[in-house]
Design a protein around this ligand. Sequence first.
Ligand SMILES: Cc1ncc(COP(=O)(O)O)c(C=O)c1O
Length: 395
Amino acid sequence: MIFPKEDKMQGQALKRREVIRRGLAMLVFSPWLGGSPWLEKPRLSEGLSFSGAKPLYLNQNESPYGLPPRACQAAIEALSQAHLYPHEHYVELKEKIAARERVKTEQVILGAGSTEIMTMAINSFGKKGEVVMAAPTYFDFEYYASLAGCRMKKARLDKNYRHDLERLSAAVTSRTSLIYICNPHNPTGTVVGGQELKLFCQKVLAKYSPLILIDEAYYDYVDDFSYESMISLIREGYHVLVIRTFSKIYGLAGMRVGYGLASSETIKTLEKVSTNFASIAYPSLKAALVALEESNFLQQVKEANARGRKFVTKSLAEQGYFVLPSQTNFVLFEIEGEAKQWAQHLEKLGVYIRDFQFNNQNWLRVTLGRQEEIEIFLNRLKQVKSSYLKLNRLI
Ligand SMILES: Cc1ncc(COP(=O)(O)O)c(C=O)c1O
């Protein structure tokens, strides 16, 4: 087995009363209720029983392969120094990222996940004018932009469920202060080619001066040869901010580390709305520093993910679903009937996925778990489909 075993907590069943107490506390005090739908589903701790079986969380695009063992070890060791503020390690991580991406250290900003940098961009640029984005787009971006009171303009995806760069261009005006593009796109998993996207940015920036935020959260999973990072535009001096995260292929979602790259002036502007040096814990920084070096581990995760993606895409297509070609660690497919109902039914069977509705179509998005998890999901999906068909007297 190339990957570390899952959390040691797994399998330690909690006592029944404790389960009920925690469950009630969750319902009463849960910050998730009414909060970001990213976390809308109450997360039962590992080991809590769900109709006798462990629930399967395939709803947040987390890596099922965990973090690199050396990164985990580094985080544990860092605890003995956790009484010290982490300033110097912030600098160390920034330097390492800068060297890797061939930019200056002052062109790097760190955040507690890329979400924090996204919100900095919303608060410092988005609020000044209008925000242009795709519809649908990564839900949290839209959520934080609406929380900040931003005026939003949305452009539908193209017929292949990719960003429609022409529609996006048409939506941009002199009032546009922020454009958000996640490439690969969430929730569809599709990508737009590097050349197309570069041209889009160059054309828009030749005419107007918004900040173009390119979210590359799923960058590391992409196989498509036409795909490119937009960091090259930053090196060339364009008004572009690229955000990346350690939450996906690096397996550090719970550690909360992300970064952004832009011109040093843009980084300074972002820092005005950030709590510089205050949001990432020392063990998280240490884990990220080590994880960056674990290229073998990352390659293995990438390959395992690609195998899972191929298997899920093929299996779903064989079951008759319309499946979008994904370049990420999740797959989106269309279903008949109400996506919410399917998702709720799957939850009852212990499988958490995400439901979407757009273009008058209903969709389910499943995170690529390990092979055995994927198989459980596919089985449960068959059950849900047959009850749906029976309910609607289609069989
Ligand atoms: C497109 C996209 N951007 C950003 C994020 C947030 O990642 P982080 O954990 O770095 O805040 C996610 C998380 O799912 C995502 O899907």
